[in-house]
Design a protein around this ligand. Structure first.
Ligand SMILES: Nc1ncnc2c1ncn2[C@@H]1O[C@H](COP(=O)(O)OP(=O)(O)OP(=O)(O)O)[C@@H](O)[C@H]1O
Length: 580
């Protein structure tokens, strides 16, 4: 796991090596300063030698200057290395996520991926920055200060050994308890992030259903639980300081006691005792820093694991070797297809589907909510792979095609339409980046989008806000259809894509399809029978199985379900589900 994370350091290796190097040099300077202080006291002040004071004073200033410089450099390179690692991690994750199939995304969930790319990467970045600087600085400071103490007075240094043991044991207990709580805290953080993301992206629904109070209460509850856990963890950590102070004062007292008798018996000088006091502070501070690094590192382990999961996830769908690079026509066949979602209930969503659709046919698909209509069409552009059987386009298994080639020829207007921030023209060119403005306008005319675009103050250069929030649902659907048309696909799938469009416009769009793209196979999923009745044939799906597949006229005569829906809708009744 560490190898995968560190593998992303890449061009920031130099900064990652320079940081500990400068941190070590900074420590070295800091450690020498108290020793020089001792020289000023013993050889300068006590002997009344002004020259020595000047010399040692100057050395001390130089050391302090270098210490400052090395400290600043260590800080600069640590920031560069850790921010660079975070940037590379995000880029690598983002790149890998782009290769994910729908099934991979189902596994992680969108909110989960966002948390991993933001909070988790920030945790790892902070831990890396700390380890580069403090994980080097603290132990080195501890060792160097100890060495200096033993060098000055080995007998008196026993006081430090006892103090370190005492502090070490107490800190260990504090940290292990705090870590246990922090582990839970970070999991709760994920949940909170997920709920915030869900709520904000669905804020319009929340408002429409006047659920603000409920959502506020839900969020406050989650935030409060997080607050309580943080307080609990922090109150354990708060013991750090008093324990530390207790140990320092204990040491100062013991040093003064034993040091005084050593000075009296002339086995130690005043300067040496003064420097020992400074070293004691450095030793204790190092221990404190080490304990914080320990917490930080243990906390980042969970984040590392979650990042590595994304980095090592391999797309479920891959091109076979030497894939087919051309889709000859728009015919579709389903041969004994069974399909279940890997991360779903485990039951088959589609069962033994057998269908033959000729190139250029217009096919309606109708059925109750959740009967598998979207799942059926998603198999054609290979958004998911079948569990058994085969889906064929132009007589070839979809798994034999290069995925990009296949998806360029099978355009899907998904149920959840998405537009991106950018102008209308930019959005349309997602369908075909080389499309001229005239081609874009033509596609919009076919999708009945041209009329409303022309009325916008900036026309085709109107800026679409993130998620298409400044256009209506119906307008968004028409733009998405135009975008798909620009691909000039051999197969066009409209997954309930005209649900927000009025019946007259819906009819106009279908008429345009018939006249303008007669050679394209069109699959239209709809709730309204009026949207599919002119289709060449209609598939009636029921519980993941094909109940019937025939023309509108024949279905009216022979299919009981279809007839009932038709009658209900003709009388102004609701959609498929209400009618059944
Ligand atoms: N990504 C997914 N992971 C797991 N299960 C899923 C997923 N998408 C759909 N399902 C399940 O598969 C079944 C069929 O869903 P599908 O979306 O194909 O139905 P549908 O007929 O298109 O419904 P609707 O008319 O509401 O759009 C449903 O039970 C649904 O819960």
């Amino acid at each position: 796991m560490i190898k995968v994370i560190l593998g992303q350091v890449k061009e920031y290796k130099k900064a990652s090596i320079l940081t500990p190097l400068f941190a070590a040099l900074e420590v070295l300077m800091e450690v020498l300063i108290p020793f020089i202080t001792a020289q000023i006291i013993d050889n300068g002040i006590e002997q009344g030698n002004l020259k020595n004071i000047y010399i040692y004073g100057a050395i001390m200033l130089v050391l302090a200057g270098f210490s400052l410089l090395f400290g600043a450099l260590a800080g600069k390179y640590a920031a560069r290395a850790s921010s660079g690692l975070a940037c590379n991690l995000r880029e690598a994750m983002y790149e890998n996520i782009q290769t994910f199939s729908f099934s991979n995304i189902d596994k992680f969930s969108t909110a989960g991926l966002v948390t991993r790319m933001t909070t988790d990467v920030t945790n790892v970045k902070n831990a890396y920055q700390m380890s580069l600087r403090i994980a080097v600085r603290a132990p080195l400071m501890l060792i160097c200060s100890m060495v200096m103490c033993f060098f000055i007075n080995a007998r008196l240094s026993i006081v430090f050994v006892i103090a370190i043991l005492f502090l070490g044991i107490i800190l260990f207990f504090i940290m292990t308890r705090a870590k246990r709580i922090f582990d839970v805290v970070f999991k709760k953080y994920d949940d909170l992030n997920a709920s915030v993301q869900e709520n904000i992206s669905a804020i319009r629904v929340v408002k429409a259903y006047v659920r603000e109070d409920y959502e506020n209460k839900k969020f406050t509850g989650a935030a409060k639980r997080l607050y309580e856990m943080f307080v609990k963890a922090e109150s354990i950590l708060a013991f750090n300081n008093p324990v530390m102070m207790l140990t320092i004062y204990g040491c100062v007292l013991s040093l003064s006691w034993f040091g005084a008798s050593f000075i009296v018996s002339k086995t130690m000088t005043t300067g040496e005792l003064t420097s020992m006091f400074t070293y004691i502070m450095s030793i204790m501070m190092s221990l404190m820093m080490l304990s914080m690094v320990f917490v930080m590192l243990t906390l980042s382990v969970a984040s590392c694991e979650r990042i590595v999961e994304v980095l090592q996830e391999r797309p479920d769908l891959a091109n076979k070797e030497q894939p087919l690079m051309e889709v000859k026509n728009g015919s579709i066949e389903f041969e004994h297809v069974n399909f279940s979602y890997k991360h779903g209930s485990g039951e088959d969503t589609l069962k033994d589907i057998n269908l033959t659709i000729h190139s250029g046919e217009t096919i309606g698909i109708i059925g109750g909510t959740g009967c598998g209509k979207s799942s059926l069409v998603n198999l054609i552009s290979r958004l998911y792979d079948v569990s058994d059987g085969a889906v064929k386009v132009a007589g070839k298994d979809v798994r034999d095609y290069d995925m990009e080639v296949l998806r360029n020829q099978v355009a899907v207007v998904l149920q959840k339409n998405v537009l991106f921030s950018g102008t209308i023209l930019e959005n349309l060119r997602w369908g075909n980046e080389k499309a001229t403005e005239e081609e874009c306008i033509e596609a919009c005319k076919q999708a009945c989008a041209d009329e409303f675009i022309k009325q916008l103050p900036d026309g085709y250069n109107t800026y679409i806000e993130q998620g298409g929030s400044n256009v209506s649902g119906g307008q968004k659907q028409r733009l998405c259809i135009a975008r798909a048309l620009l691909k000039r696909p051999k197969i066009l799938i409209l997954d309930d894509s005209t649900s927000a469009v009025d019946t007259a416009t819906d009819a106009k769009i279908r008429k345009a399809f018939k006249e303008q793209i007669p050679g394209t196979t069109k699959l239209i999923i709809a709730q309204r029978i009026s949207s599919v009745e002119e289709a060449d044939r209609i598939i009636v799906l029921e519980d993941g199985m094909v109940n019937d597949f025939d023309t509108h006229e024949n279905l009216l005569k022979t299919n009981k379900i279809y007839r009932e829906i038709y009658d209900a809708q003709a009388k102004g009744g609701g959609d498929f589900d209400e009618a059944v």
